[in-house]
Design a protein around this ligand. Structure first.
Ligand code: NAD
Length: 264
């Protein structure tokens, strides 16, 4: 489905990014696996992707650092020839109630979750614009998929930095989609609900936590990283060429206000 396309996935040595990088490779794309720590985990992802007969490489960069993002995208273009797909996935949480939240916690989350996506989007767009549409490869000049969250919509007490960063991702995604659509660049987002990864271990690790969490999910199961990977592969493919500026919620119905199923 993505044969001959070159994809960059940030934060791709863990969780959703890992599954997405592997999913893109399985769909035929060559993949750069970005990571900021744990090179071994990144190399494992690379090996798995190479098993599909496509190219893959690990690239260390902190997405919140401008010089590192510029160097990563330049390096990818030099090594892989170009770039067709960005999955801006890297993200983290630094949770605290408002009065306990330090400026460093606020800033770190905004820097990685929002500024990191901005920097990556800006740099890959330069390459999309330079190269333009190559019809044998894709109908679009490039695809950007922002990893957002249901918390771009659902307020989240105790996580004001995270929810604000994802709210920012929504407006950044829509604005870039509007700005870049005339150049045939498609910008969209995927908004996961509760997916079993290291970022939210405490929410699913114990039976009590799992029960609490499932109360918020009408479909009555916690998501797997592959649930998100399939959505990203779909959005990146030409089958969804007319999908521009949309958020695809992949959340088992979490955004359906499940409290109203029996109350209200
Ligand atoms: P994860 O902790 O498994 O993965 C996050 C990845 O981002 C890791 O590889 C981490 O090293 C990387 N990262 C962190 N800071 C970075 C930086 N400065 N530069 C480069 N990489 C960096 O968690 P995950 O659940 O796979 O999260 C992936 C994305 O999905 C995040 O944007 C997260 O907000 C989003 N998300 C996750 C869930 C969920 O339930 N797991 C729900 C909604 C949204």
């Amino acid at each position: 489905m993505l044969k001959g396309q070159k994809a960059l996935v940030t934060g791709a040595n863990s969780g959703i990014g890992r599954a997405t990088a592997i999913g893109l490779g399985r769909a035929g794309a060559d993949v750069v696996v970005n990571y900021v720590a744990d090179r071994d985990a990144a190399e494992q992802v690379v090996d798995e992707i190479k098993g599909f007969g496509v190219r893959a490489a690990a690239y260390e960069a902190d997405v919140s650092q401008e010089d590192q993002v510029i160097a990563m995208v330049d390096g990818m273009v030099q090594e892989f020839g170009t770039i067709d797909i960005l999955v801006a996935n890297a993200g983290l949480q630094r949770d605290a109630r408002l009065t306990d939240m330090t400026l460093a916690q606020w800033q770190k989350v905004l820097d990685v979750n929002l500024t990191g996506q901005f920097l990556c989007a800006r740099e890959v767009t330069k390459e999309f614009l330079r190269r333009g549409v190559v019809p044998e490869v894709s109908r679009a000049a490039g695809k950007i998929i922002c990893m957002s969250s249901v918390h771009q919509l659902i307020p989240w007490a105790g996580h004001v930095n995270y929810a604000s960063s994802k709210g920012g991702v929504l407006m950044m995604m829509q604005t870039l989609a509007q700005e870049l659509a005339p150049q045939r660049i498609r910008v969209n987002a995927v908004a996961p609900g509760a997916i079993r990864t290291p970022i939210n271990r405490s929410a699913w690790e114990t039976p009590e936590a799992r029960k609490d969490l499932l109360r918020l999910i009408p479909y009555d199961r916690i998501g797997d990283p592959d649930d998100i990977a399939y959505a990203v592969v779909g959005l990146a493919s030409d089958l969804m060429d007319y999908v521009v500026g949309t958020t695809l919620y992949v959340d088992g119905g979490m955004t359906l206000f499940p409290g109203f199923a029996t109350g209200g």
